[in-house]
Design a protein around this ligand. Structure first.
Ligand SMILES: [Zn+2]
Length: 77
């Protein structure tokens, strides 16, 4: 069976894409602490755990998430 139309990530409204990107980041795994790499128990970001919560406001994480979603789209819907 073939579908008549193919939905593209770029065709989605910008707000919807932003929402999906934020959700994807928030639902994602914890990230490596870039401030100390987990080697500093006094690190304010991770308290020495070496892992921090994902940050949907981080531009780099947004780009990464979008790349990921785009390459798997529309599986995440
Ligand atoms: Zn740290």
């Amino acid at each position: 069976m073939k579908y008549a139309f193919k939905l593209e990530w770029d065709d989605l409204p910008e707000e919807l894409r932003e929402e999906k990107i934020r959700q994807y980041i928030t639902d994602g795994e914890k990230r490596q602490c870039e401030k100390c790499d987990g080697e500093n128990i006094y690190c304010k970001a991770c308290r020495g755990l070496g892992q921090v919560d994902p940050d949907p406001d981080n531009l780099y994480e947004q780009e990464e998430a979008e790349k990921d979603i785009r390459s798997h789209f529309p599986i995440y819907f």
